[in-house]
Design a protein around this ligand. Structure first.
Ligand code: PLP
Length: 400
C-alpha cells in the first residue's frame, strides 16, 4: 500500500513548472532555448527595498514575528488599501502570508468544505482549481472567450451560481490572459454578486499595478461597497515590486476569516520571513515611481509581441490591458502538419512543436483551462522576445 494520502490524487504538479523543466533539460543538452514561461519580472528588486532588508538584519529583526504579520507591515497594508483602492480596512482585517499563494491556500482551506463549489473564470491561474480540489471542493470553471476579452460575462456568472457556491475567484489583470476589468465590466459582475448573498468574493489583485495605456484598475469591494463584508481582497509585492523570491502576500477581509487564516498559518509555517516583512514595509511606504518606468518597458514589449504574433500565420493575439502575459489563439494551426510529419491536434502539440523545433518555451492553454491558446510571458529581455517571435513566425510558416 502506498504511503501517500488519497487527497494527492486530486491534484497535478504545476504544468508551468513542467514546461520550465523541459526547457532546462534542452538547455543542458546544449540547445539555445528561449524561455517565455516565467511568471516573474526580469527587473531586480529596487535598492531602497534591499537596503530596508539589510537594515532589519542589522537591527536584529531576525526572530519570530506575529504569525500573520508585523504591526508595521499591517499598518503599511492598511495605508496601501486606503491609498490605492479607497478601502477602509483596520489592522485586524489584514493578514500577511508567505506570498499571495499562501494567503489564497489558507483562505480556501479555512472555508471550503467537501462539495462546496468555487467559481473560477477560465483561463485561470493554474493553482486555483488544485487548491480548491485539495480542500475537497469543486472548482467550477466558466469559459471566458477571446471574443469577450477573456472576461467573465455577468449572465454566465449568474448561470454558474448554485446553492453550493461558496466563492467566486476574480483575477484582474489576469494571469494568463492579461485581461483587466474596467469599472463598468466589474460593476456588471458585482451587480450579479449583490443578488447572491451566500457567495463570497476572492479577488486576486496581484497584478494591480501592471496596467498600460492609462487603464484604471478597480477591485470589487471598491466598485460595490455592499460586498465589502464578504470579500477577501488579496494582493502582494511579488509582481509590481519585483519581489517574487521574498515571499510576501497579504489580504484584507472580515475579522472572522482573517483569524481563521492566521489559525491555519499558526499550525503550518508561522510568520513569513521577518526580513522580507521589513522589506515589504519599505516597498509599500517608499517611492513608487519605478513602477511607472518598469511599465513603460513592459508596454513596449507587449506591443512588440502582439504585433509580431499577429503577423504569424495561424495565430491571433489580443492586446491585453495588463500583467505581463499575452494569450494568443492558435486555432489557425490546429490540423496542420509539422515538417517532421506530425499533425498538430491541440495547443499542447503546438507548444511541444515550438519547444522542440523552434526552441521557444511557452505554456499550453490547456493548463489554464481555455484552448486552443498558449501563454507567452513578456517578462524577459526585449532582444530575447524579438528573437522568440521570429522563431515562432518561421515555425508557423513551416506548417503545411
Ligand atoms: N496570483 C496570481 C494570478 C499569480 O500569477 C501569482 C504568481 O504567479 C500569484 C497569485 C502568487 O503570487 P506570490 O508570489 O505572491 O505567491
Amino acid at each position: 500500500m502506498s504511503i501517500l494520502a488519497s487527497r494527492l490524487e486530486r491534484i497535478k504538479p504545476s504544468p508551468t513548472i513542467a514546461v520550465t523543466t523541459k526547457a532546462k533539460e534542452l538547455r543542458a543538452a546544449g540547445k539555445d532555448v528561449i524561455g517565455l514561461g516565467a511568471g516573474e519580472p526580469d527587473f531586480d528588486t529596487p535598492d531602497n527595498i534591499k537596503a530596508a532588508a539589510k537594515a532589519a538584519i542589522d537591527r536584529g529583526e531576525t526572530k519570530y514575528t506575529a504569525v500573520d504579520g508585523t504591526p508595521e507591515l499591517k499598518e503599511a497594508v492598511v495605508a496601501k488599501f486606503k491609498r490605492d483602492n479607497g478601502l477602509d480596512y483596520a489592522p485586524e482585517n489584514i493578514t500577511v502570508g508567505t506570498g499571495g499563494k499562501q494567503v489564497l491556500f489558507n483562505a480556501i482551506m479555512a472555508t471550503v468544505e467537501e462539495g462546496d463549489e468555487v467559481i473560477i473564470p477560465a483561463p485561470f491561474w493554474v493553482s486555483y482549481p488544485d487548491i480548491v480540489l485539495l480542500a475537497g471542493g469543486e472548482p467550477v470553471a466558466v469559459p471566458c472567450s477571446q471574443n469577450n476579452g477573456f472576461k467573465l460575462r455577468a449572465e454566465d456568472l449568474d448561470k454558474a451560481i448554485t446553492k453550493k457556491t461558496k466563492w467566486v475567484i476574480l483575477n484582474s489583470p489576469s494571469n494568463p490572459s492579461g485581461a483587466a476589468y474596467s469599472r463598468e465590466d466589474m460593476k456588471a459582475i458585482t451587480d450579479v454578486l449583490k443578488k447572491h448573498e451566500h457567495v463570497w468574493v476572492l479577488t486576486d489583485d496581484m497584478y494591480e499595478h501592471l496596467v498600460y495605456d492609462d487603464f484604471q484598475f478597480c477591485t470589487p469591494a471598491q466598485v460595490e461597497p455592499s460586498l465589502f463584508d464578504r470579500t477577501l481582497t488579496m494582493n502582494g509585492v511579488s509582481k509590481a515590486y519585483s519581489m517574487t523570491g521574498w515571499r510576501i502576500g497579504f489580504a484584507g477581509g472580515p475579522v472572522e476569516l482573517i483569524k481563521a487564516i492566521a489559525k491555519i498559518q499558526s499550525q503550518s509555517t508561522s510568520n513569513p520571513s521577518s526580513i522580507s516583512q521589513a522589506a515589504a514595509v519599505e516597498a509599500l511606504n517608499g517611492p513608487q515611481d519605478f513602477i511607472a518606468s518598469n511599465n513603460e518597458v513592459f508596454k513596449k514589449r507587449r506591443d512588440m509581441v502582439v504585433d509580431a504574433l499577429n503577423k504569424a500565420p495561424g495565430l491571433d493575439c489580443a492586446r491585453p490591458e495588463g500583467a505581463f502575459y499575452v494569450y494568443p489563439s492558435c486555432a489557425g494551426v490546429i490540423g496542420k502538419v509539422t515538417p517532421r510529419g506530425d499533425t498538430i491536434k491541440s495547443d499542447t502539440d503546438f507548444v511541444k512543436y515550438l519547444l522542440e523545433d523552434a526552441l521557444v518555451a511557452c505554456v499550453q492553454g490547456e493548463a489554464f483551462g481555455l484552448s486552443p491558446h498558449m501563454r507567452i510571458s513578456y517578462a524577459t529581455s526585449t532582444e530575447a522576445l524579438e528573437q522568440a517571435c521570429e522563431r515562432i513566425h518561421k515555425a508557423c510558416e513551416a506548417l503545411r
